[in-house]
Design a protein around this ligand. Sequence first.
Ligand code: CP
Length: 307
Amino acid sequence: MARKDFLDIVSLDREEIIQLLDQAEPFKDLFTRSVKKVPALKGKAVLMLFYEPSTRTLSSFEVAAKRLSADVTTFDVPSSSVTKGESVRDTIDTLQAMRADYIVVRHGLSGQPAAIARQTGASVINAGDGAHAHPTQALLDAFTLREKFPEMEGKRVLITGDILHSRVARSTSTILRKLGVKVAFLGPGSLVPKTASPDIPRFTNYDQAISEFGPDAVYLLRIQKERMAAPFFPSDREYHNLYGITDERLRQLAGEGTYIMHPGPINRGVELCDAVLDYDRCLISQQVENGIAARMSVLYGLKPQTS
Ligand code: CP
């Protein structure tokens, strides 16, 4: 992969995706060794620039960059001059003086990482922009699913919940479909956009989705209330009863051997009941662990235009 930046999944072809997935495997093998570092990015500087909160993505990128022996700086946006009104463009110009080779960006505005990428020779990695894209989440999701289904072609993933506001739904559905996985959407009509690709089946009824689509994995999305100006459904309890993984639905899924995934953070009692976390086919922890290997693969494969 000779790319400078990693901004979305749409612009990757299947071969590039497979190369990134293959490349992540030896990085995952590193985790079980006593020395968990390789010198691939020794002497390189990685800057984390998160304008939105993050637990998994930020810490995962920090660990990934450090395991590649890079020097990592995490720019603390809430205590920075951003709070005094400094623009993203001026912030980047200022930070350029630190000569970062890689800038990992999360921002609430769709397209902001791409704008930064045009401004700098550093490799820019999109760690989530608005409702647009979350490409490293998609890569780790594909990696996690491929561990369970080495032949992914024809497998079925039901993406459930707040699809309207979800950059994860966009990026993960795109990567899975490029790998031959069949994807369907399930959720309240208000949260499943009619503009989604016409060849992705849309369901608004849980039982119908399970019986007609027959998923190998159910991928739960967080309800993103912070992106909702007004409620999109009557109550959390009603959402849980209609679309959440309840104890009864968990028993049914366990009977079919269906995997459960979620990008996190989870809302217990909304998308899922507590028992899901103890289900042996719940892949949420593996997703987090695989995020490090997937992000190491992305960092390793990019070519910054810095001297
Ligand atoms: N999945 C995900 O992006 O989680 P964080 O918001 O904690 O990074």
